[in-house]
Design a protein. Sequence first.
Length: 155
Amino acid sequence: MSAEQQFAKLELNLPPAPAPKGVYKPCLIVDNRWLYVSGHGTVQDDGSLIMGRIGEDMDIEEGKLAARQVGLTILSTIKANLGSLNRIKRVVKILGMVNCTSDFERHPYVINGCSELFAAIWGEENGIGVRSAVGMGSLPDNIPVEIEAMFELID
């Protein structure tokens, strides 16, 4: 099954692809082989943001759902810029940043929300890449999760 077919099977919605809020590109293709996606936040279907700090305003499960929403936002940017999720060969790397209290320690669990989504779309072989998950003292607009990613494109 193609990535587009897998996404349709999941019956999920893509939020609107966010416009840059600074001097940067949402994504960049290098050597017609690599797609770098800038840090994305928790854009919902109506364009609003999920906001809050994990361990203070939301619990770990809400944080994981927020990371899944960031994954959907990344997919929206991919579709807006490449036309199709089928142009992605594999996930190479994810960097997940978690806005959390200083005593929170389960950053990887939160970022699994995005990683599990990508694995469901591109399969375990191509949908799981290398990853870092780190805690932050704050993130823009008080969003709970920001994620940037790198993908390999199909030749």
